[in-house]
Design a protein around this ligand. Structure first.
Ligand code: SF4
Length: 239
């Protein structure tokens, strides 16, 4: 079946290398990629947009004000997915659905069962070709590398690539962000200092920075970063 449209829901907080990758894909497939975006930036929604809450005691930081912005996403509150991806996509597709039977091809890989189960029952109009072809994430990466795509090296640093500022990424991915993307890290720290919700339950962005620096110091001296001595010193520095 011919593809009528390739849709990219741009959160505005993808890695610069990802935007370049999408430009290359567009050139290679010869189909223009339609970019849809929210009318509001992530930064505005996260830090500034006025929010009326029944309970303003939500603030988890000293001096934080939970009526300013949604703050960092949490596992049960992925406001950015709904505001920056789902809503712009639906706004684009809704008028099309009134006139056409829209079939959406969704790039969930064969080994992403958890994503598949979340989405599968939602709509009969969603098709998952990678699952039908039994292509795992590793198969897809290999295929794309063979075709000359390298995402500007992003997958050499990260196991998964999502928004660079996602608080739900793993500690190891944050470590990579700190080491290899200092400009983005500086922005992450700035946003964390200006918002009301903790970046993670265990560490603020500044505390993560302290942890990663201490790890480097320990590793350079051949010391473990997993034992009690390391964590005692870390907590002396951040508590
Ligand atoms: S990847 Fe993270 S920051 Fe990006 S939309 Fe999803 S939850 Fe939000």
């Amino acid at each position: 079946m011919p593809i009528d449209c390739v849709l990219f829901c741009d959160t505005g907080i993808e890695f610069p290398q990802m935007y370049e990758h999408i430009r290359k894909v567009e050139e290679a497939v010869g189909i223009p990629i339609t970019r849809v975006m929210s009318d509001f930036s992530y930064e505005y929604l996260m830090l500034e947009c006025p929010i009326e809450r029944k309970d303003n005691s939500l603030s988890t930081k000293q001096g934080g004000n939970s009526s300013n912005g949604y703050s960092w996403a949490g596992p049960k509150m992925r406001w950015c997915t709904s505001r920056l991806k789902d809503a712009p996509r639906e706004k684009f597709l809704k008028p099309l659905r009134e006139n056409y039977n829209v079939l959406e091809y969704v790039g969930i890989a064969a080994d992403e069962q958890y994503r598949l189960e979340r989405k599968r029952n939602k709509s009969a109009t969603h098709i998952h070709p990678l699952v039908d072809w039994n292509m795992t994430e590793a198969d897809c990466l290999k295929y794309c590398y063979e075709k000359g795509f390298d995402w500007g090296g992003l997958y050499e640093h990260f196991h998964r690539v999502s928004c660079w500022c996602c608080p739900l990424q793993s500690l190891d991915e944050l470590r990579q962000l700190y080491k290899h993307f200092p400009d983005l890290w500086a922005k992450l720290k700035d946003w964390d200092n200006r918002t009301w919700r903790n970046f993670r339950a265990d560490f603020s962005v500044e505390q993560l920075e302290t942890r990663f620096d201490l790890e480097d110091k320990y590793l350079a001296n051949g010391l473990s970063i997993r034992n009690r001595a390391f964590f005692n010193e870390l907590h002396k520095l951040i508590d």
